[in-house]
Design a protein around this ligand. Structure first.
Ligand SMILES: Cc1ncc(COP(=O)(O)O)c(C=O)c1O
Length: 383
């Protein structure tokens, strides 16, 4: 079955007389039982924190999306990342995290994991099989994000996974960029995939939500046990809305992908742009890896402007009418940020000018292009 058909049907109530199309929202902390013995012995869901029917439907959809055995739902994309790491480390461990990972993950590793005796080492996202040289006796997991946040490096996942498997190291991939629609790390051998469902699955920039999908039951059980121990849960209302996002995500994703690719190509020819960081362009340094492992691209890419002052970049952004300044992507609205303040790297990355990240929404491309065109026209370059 094709994904669009699957996503129209998965997790829906069985058709019966007068049944609703979508699963019901059950808001509950306490669940009641007729027989006292069932509280402990019945094998039932016994408390609201353990979810409800709509949570089960959503987990089923995420497992189908990524080809996983189990899914844990979390209150945000960041918590999906931190929880999947926490489930796979203990005091004394060493972990490897991509230097291009989402910034707040770095903060979690440096400011919190370190308090529990877990050491984080950041590796260059273009390391590939050379990651072998960084592995120690106590390395327990590798956290990847491909393409990298802001700078869009594609990682050689199969090469990294091969070495991780030899050393029995758990690989975790943040797959938010691709929505799981054009890249499936579990099929390339990764153990765990995480999503910030806040992006495409919310689709409307009004919910924070995360999902962790594991290829093997033992990883799924570990993540789930950690989630239960931490006391995390998500509301039925949010689970319902994220599941609703599945019904339309392919149509939205494809349109946003098309807009982003067309804008990236056009910006690649613009006199004020020195580089476009979009992996589907053959000018991208990792284009061959992208072509090998991905079946499409997404709404998000970055550009490197020709050298100009910070004030010129801020003015460029402020002149835009349709690209709002704000973090995130995957919603219906286009967004733009200047990335330099967030670029904290252990491995220096030299860009020829200021970096700007563009997230395309569902607006008409003609308007988006005109918006960028008029603002770029007023940009004064150095010298
Ligand atoms: C790649 C990536 N992972 C995780 C997150 C965190 O998601 P959330 O905002 O739901 O915590 C983000 C947010 O921008 C992201 O870009």
């Amino acid at each position: 079955m094709e994904k669009s058909t699957l996503f129209s049907h998965i997790g829906r109530p069985k058709i019966d007389t007068g049944v609703s199309v979508n699963p019901p929202i059950i808001r509950a902390s306490t669940l009641l039982f007729d027989k006292a013995d069932d509280l402990y012995e019945g094998g039932h869901r016994i408390y609201g924190r353990h979810g409800s029917q709509v949570h089960d439907s959503l987990k089923e959809a995420f497992c189908a999306l990524e080809g996983g055995m189990g899914c844990t739902l979390t209150p945000s994309g960041l918590s999906a990342n931190t929880l999947s790491v926490l489930a796979n480390v203990k005091a004394g461990d060493h972990i490897l995290v991509s230097d291009s990972s989402y910034g707040p993950i770095r903060h979690f590793c440096d400011s919190h994991l370190s308090n529990f005796g877990v050491e984080t080492e950041y590796y260059s996202p273009r390391i590939g099989r050379e990651i072998k040289g960084l592995i120690r006796e106590n390395t327990s997991c590798i956290l990847l994000e491909s393409p990298g946040s802001l700078s869009m490096e594609i990682q050689d996942l199969p090469a990294i996974v091969k070495i991780a498997k030899e050393k029995k190291i758990t690989t975790i991939v943040d797959n938010t960029w691709s929505a799981g629609l054009v890249y499936n790390p579990l099929s390339l051998g990764a153990d765990i995939v995480v999503h910030a469902a806040t992006k495409y699955y919310s689709g409307h920039s009004d919910i924070l939500y995360g999902a962790i999908i594991s290829r093997a039951q033992r990883h799924a059980d570990k993540v789930n046990a950690t989630n239960i121990a931490l006391g995390n849960s998500t509301s039925a209302d949010d689970a319902y809305t994220i599941l609703r996002g599945f019904r339309t995500v392919i149509a939205r994703f494809e349109r946003q992908e098309k807009t982003a690719l067309a804008l990236a190509k056009w910006l690649g020819r613009h006199e004020k742009v020195s580089q476009v960081l979009h992996p589907a362009l053959d000018s991208h340094p990792d284009h061959a890896l992208w072509e090998r492992d991905f079946s499409g691209s997404a709404c998000l890419f970055s550009i490197v402007l020709k050298p100009c002052s910070k004030q010129q970049v801020l003015d460029l952004l402020d002149r835009l009418e349709y690209f709002a300044k704000g973090f995130s992507f995957g919603g219906y609205e286009s967004l733009i940020i200047h990335c330099d303040p967030q670029l904290t790297r252990s491995h220096a990355e030299d860009f020829a000018g200021p970096l700007v990240r563009i997230a395309c929404g569902l607006e008409d491309i003609t308007d988006l292009k005109l918006d960028l065109e008029q603002s770029l026209a007023e940009l004064s370059l150095d010298g």
